[in-house]
Design a protein around this ligand. Sequence first.
Ligand SMILES: Nc1ncnc2c1ncn2[C@@H]1O[C@H](COP(=O)(O)OP(=O)(O)OP(=O)(O)O)[C@@H](O)[C@H]1O
Ligand SMILES: [Mg+2]
Length: 238
Amino acid sequence: MTRFIALISGKGGVGKTTSTICLGKALSKLGKKVTLLDTNLMTPNLSLQLGFVDPPATLNHFLRREKELHEIIYTHSSGLSFIPTSTSYQEVQKTHPQQLTEIFEHLDDTSELVLVDTANGLGEEISHVLKNTDEALIVVNPNLSSVMDALKSLQLARDNNNLIPGIILNMSNKSKHKLKDDEIEKILHTPIIGKIKFDKKIRKASHQGMPVNYLYPHTKSSREFNKVAQYICTYLHK
Ligand SMILES: Nc1ncnc2c1ncn2[C@@H]1O[C@H](COP(=O)(O)OP(=O)(O)OP(=O)(O)O)[C@@H](O)[C@H]1O
Ligand SMILES: [Mg+2]
């Protein structure tokens, strides 16, 4: 059975896509068969951050039954498998969030883990995703608005029977009025399982369409993603 894990946040731009890619790479380094799925239908950027600007076959085609599953799964040069969503405005208009359940049904049993990159907030897409996932990882930055908005996403995940392994605290050193770790854990009632500092190498790697832990495996942020991957591997046995 496949474990479907969503990476969710209240606010946009906190690092969900980056974390999806880097955690995926870290899990595959541990020998796990992983697929990354972009469910951000309105403003997708998983494939962009992997250097694929205009993939010819996308999730949108699959949901309209114009392409088969094997045609929309790509293999990145870092070894990652991923399913892109179209970045075109016309495609967005023709794709409906309620169709998303179909991709989950087809992906079941194809990988050990599917990491699901999501749209931020509480919109229709995320509701349809969380109906189909087993677990949700919360990605936040260390400021009050990021954490308070994440609380609502977390509640939506719990309402949809998702387990919550923990919080990825991204850009952990990058806020003027930073919340302390224990304050974040207390508000969200969830442990921080990874702390990623602002890292220029993440931006550099993303610019080259690569996971930072593929290009720079020994940097602190790469090691932190490895730690999160290890936690995820043992989480269900705790
Ligand atoms: N720890 C970090 N250090 C430096 N830059 C980072 C870090 N994490 C993410 N970034 C950069 O910040 C930007 C936003 O990150 P990302 O796209 O992962 O956020 P997101 O939550 O997926 O955004 P959206 O809500 O728009 O989908 C990207 O340019 C990414 O490369
Ligand atoms: Mg994103």
